[in-house]
Design a binder for this molecule. Structure first.
Ligand SMILES: Nc1ncnc2c1ncn2[C@@H]1O[C@H](COP(=O)(O)OP(=O)(O)OP(=O)(O)O)[C@@H](O)[C@H]1O
Length: 277
């Protein structure tokens, strides 16, 4: 299964948001990283058909998504977990089962098979206890997990996840991404996700795409011989020169040298005037 972005250029409100973005995904998970406003969500929304690039094409297993008219077919190919998981006024079980809609006729109600899929997804994510709760009464993290369960029962070939880790506690982030990897591997599926934490991208993604102000800074695979050097060089260009790897028996991690005493002024200088933050 292949997913390729070819020369994507996107304008929103007469501003260029993505410029000539080209890369292909590889392995189970591709992570997209970049500072706030770099264009990660816009890239994912272009993939989902929510934004329409003025130039370029996105090819999923040879299908040009720009020419795909059927929303049902698109939902069979791509599932989505947005950054902001809005509260719906229905029980969790009913929300999650909506993931099966692309496979039901318009007059058909979900049945035993569909609810079994829901049970299974909730169990895998460790949130069976939420089944009968109302979506709008859940915490942000709990809601995020319900959206993930819905994407899971949708059984699309590709999951599109916008900051899946946001709002989750320290342990659940790891649990979620390792379960995601297991699920993708077991079912031969793939994911593209935006993520802010380089440690999570490093630990769970096979390929990391670094976006800077709407352009590709680098696209690095874990298999590349110089992966560590390129990854660190890219991260330093995005976030600052004090970043470094530390290595130990338990693996490697990205840290700030000096941390609380580190000089973070470079971070602000690297932002464009008027870009906020
Ligand atoms: N619908 C829109 N109309 C106009 N501008 C938009 C729209 N959506 C996004 N933008 C702008 O596009 C730029 C990229 O936004 P985007 O949400 O893709 O960034 P991001 O990398 O996902 O940021 P973050 O890490 O903060 O979520 C920003 O400057 C944003 O203000």
């Amino acid at each position: 299964m292949s997913l390729e972005f070819r020369n994507i250029t996107l304008y929103l409100e007469n501003r260029i948001i993505l410029e000539d973005v080209s890369f292909s995904c590889s392995g189970r998970i591709t992570a997209v990283m970049g500072t706030n406003g770099a264009g990660k969500t816009s890239l994912l929304k272009s993939l989902l058909g929510l934004y329409h690039p003025g130039r370029g094409e996105i090819l999923l297993d040879g299908i040009n998504l720009g020419q795909l008219k059927s929303p049902v077919r698109r939902a069979q190919l791509l599932s989505y977990v947005p950054q902001d998981c809005q509260a719906a006024g229905c029980p969790v079980q009913e929300f999650v089962v909506m993931g099966r809609n692309p496979y039901l006729k318009f007059w058909q109600m979900p049945g035993k098979k569909e609810y079994e899929a829901v049970e299974h997804a909730l169990e895998e994510l460790g949130i069976q206890d939420l089944k009968n709760r109302t979506m709008e009464h859940l915490s942000g993290g709990e809601r995020k997990l319900c959206y993930l369960a819905r994407a899971r029962v949708q059984e699309a070939g590709w999951m599109v996840l916008d900051e899946p880790e946001s709002g989750l506690d320290f342990g659940r982030r790891r649990l979620l991404l390792s379960r995601l990897r297991e699920y993708l591997t077991k079912h031969g599926k793939h994911a593209i996700m935006s993520v802010h934490d380089p440690a999570l991208a490093d630990a769970y993604a096979d390929r990391v795409v670094l976006l800077q102000e709407g352009r590709i800074l680098d696209c690095i695979s874990q298999e590349d011989e110089n992966y560590e050097e390129r990854m660190m060089e890219g991260l330093r260009r995005l976030y600052g020169r004090q970043l470094d790897w530390v290595r130990g028996a338990a693996g490697r991690a990205v840290v700030w040298r000096g941390d609380r005493n580190a000089d973070h002024s470079e971070l602000c200088e690297s932002r464009k005037p008027g870009a906020g933050l």
